[in-house]
Design a protein around this ligand. Structure first.
Ligand code: NAP
Length: 250
């Protein structure tokens, strides 16, 4: 019997019904992790994913909960601990965009993005602190973006939320390092998901040309990096931002 990278670990992944979160869940299952995951509105896709993950021979359960809601997030973590026993790995992946130039950006567009992308990271990290402190071990991985490092016209709310995640990540790494709890961020570049498949083919081709590796990234490209940071292979890595962007940002 061969050992897998995440054998027996219990992971909680937010926003896994679609896209990158789904890719992370599948990679984790392939690597032997038991998986709790959340979603907001894609109930059917969540139920499908639960079955797909279980087919790998691991425990898997999906929960519907709004990651932007502090109390709901705390309750979700408590349910996961009741169902699985503890949490070894937290992946804060849930996120949204509400793009607009500042001139046209509403207060609601600002608040929705900050609450879904940044406050959610606070909500879940705070809630998993207790079980991770108790077992003196844990890995927290926050999905930021190259946009949080570089900025992007028309995405000031999104860029601020993703830059905020990086400051939060580094602070938590400093606070919890002495308890063997690690906290790192991943900054994906242009990742081709269902979302980008709907875009104009010429526009997407132009984006691909601008990437040194000459292609858009896949959910699996991101998931591989997340699996590394979740595993004990990254035991001496904390407080870092890993760009998974095909060399877009150097
Ligand atoms: P996506 O395809 O739109 O999927 C987003 C996922 O998050 C869905 O499963 C969605 O659930 C869930 N979600 C959204 N808001 C939520 C909330 N409040 N509570 C719980 N779940 C919520 O997006 P993606 O492209 O996979 O992006 C995933 C992460 O990677 C995001 O943080 C994004 O900012 C980041 N990222 C993406 C790219 C890219 O090029 N795609 C690049 C850099 C960073 P429902 O289906 O139920 O709505």
């Amino acid at each position: 019997m061969t050992m897998k990278l995440l054998d027996g670990k219990i992971a909680l992944i937010t926003g896994a019904s679609r896209g990158i979160g789904r890719g992370i869940a599948l990679k984790f299952a392939e690597q032997g992790a038991n998986i709790a995951f959340s979603y907001l509105s894609s109930v059917e896709k969540g139920m499908e994913l639960e079955k797909e993950l279980q087919a790998f021979g691991v425990r898997a359960k999906g929960y519907r909960a709004d990651a932007a809601d502090f109390k709901a997030s705390e309750e979700l973590v408590n349910m996961v601990i009741a169902d699985f026993g503890t949490i070894d790995v937290l992946v804060n992946n849930a996120g949204i965009t509400r793009d607009a130039l500042l001139m046209r950006m509403s207060e609601q567009q600002w608040d929705e993005v900050i609450n879904s992308n940044l406050k959610s990271v606070f909500n879940f990290t705070k809630a998993v602190q207790k079980p991770m402190l108790k077992q003196r071990k844990g890995s927290i991985i926050n999905i930021s973006s190259v946009v949080g490092i570089q900025g992007n016209a028309g995405q000031s709310n999104y860029a601020a939320s993703k830059a905020g995640i990086i400051g939060f990540t580094k602070s938590i790494a400093l606070e919890l390092g002495s308890r063997n709890i690690r906290c790192n961020a991943i900054a994906p570049g242009f990742i081709e998901t269902e979302m980008t498949a709907a875009l104009d083919a010429k526009v997407v081709e132009g984006w691909r040309e601008n990437v040194p590796l000459k292609r858009g990234g896949t959910s699996e490209d991101v998931a591989n990096a997340v699996a590394f940071l979740a595993s004990d292979m990254s035991a001496y890595i904390t407080g870092q931002v890993l760009n998974v962007c095909g060399g877009m940002l150097t």
